[in-house]
Design a protein around this ligand. Structure first.
Ligand code: 5RP
Length: 218
């Protein structure tokens, strides 16, 4: 079984969280793409979706799923998205696809956040995957110096511009022992739009595709 098969397995399992007559928040990336393809099979049951990126909006629309502005939605019972890493507390690193800001907004609004991934994403300590940080372009060097002072090694994601017109620093060398504290600390650095730690608002459910089937962590 390939990693992609495991991602697809987790994405299919997330369908059971979709409630009829509601709007579904949808994440970004290859695992979220599998979820979108699965959601298309039951599209007549839902009112539409809120997208966490332009790419996701396009894929939803290509399946004929209405894409709604988050501001037009009163409540979002469910958000389904992938992750780059998760610990057992369902604190996540996200943003490998660069969509972290809109992902964090949709996650904040949603009542239940179901994270879908293959089992290689579950780790003991977050940080082997470089932490993505979206920055306002004029603040890039200042933010990079602040990150160096905290022991990180920021690397500019070359040639990449986010859906919000900003840049991404991928921060290597971090061993993140207290994700909630680091997320809060990074939120204080002027010029950072969003950091890729999803710990203050973690996932509620993690569905992992494994060789043995889908493993559920809560
Ligand atoms: C995008 C993300 C993705 O959820 C994360 O990068 C995982 O991607 P994939 O499902 O392709 O492994 O945070 O910004």
């Amino acid at each position: 079984m390939t990693r992609d098969d495991m991602k697809k397995m987790a994405a299919e399992a997330a369908l059971e969280y979709v409630e009829a007559g509601t709007v579904v928040g949808v994440g970004t990336g290859s695992t979220a793409n599998h979820f979108i393809d699965a959601l298309a099979r039951i599209k007549h049951k839902i009112d539409g979706a809120v997208a966490s990126s332009e790419a996701t909006a396009q894929r939803l629309q290509s399946h004929g799923i209405p894409v709604l502005d988050l501001n037009a939605v009163d409540e979002l019972p469910l958000y389904v998205d992938g992750a780059d890493e998760s610990n057992k507390y369902l604190h996540l690193i996200k943003g490998g696809g660069g969509a972290l800001t809109r992902e964090k907004i949709v996650a904040a609004v949603s009542r239940t956040f179901v994270c879908i991934a293959d089992d290689s994403k579950l780790v003991d300590v977050l940080g082997a995957f470089p932490l993505p940080i979206e920055v306002i372009p004029m603040a890039r060097s200042y933010v990079a110096r602040q990150l160096l002072q905290r022991g990180g090694r920021p690397v500019l994601r070359e040639g990449f511009v986010t859906d919000n017109g900003n840049q991404i620093l991928d921060v290597h060398n971090l061993e993140i022992l207290d994700p909630v504290q680091l997320e809060s600390e990074l939120n204080q650095i002027v010029g950072i739009v969003t950091n890729g730690l999803f710990a203050r608002r973690p996932a509620d459910v993690l569905l992992l595709g494994t060789e043995q089937g889908v493993r559920k962590l809560t």
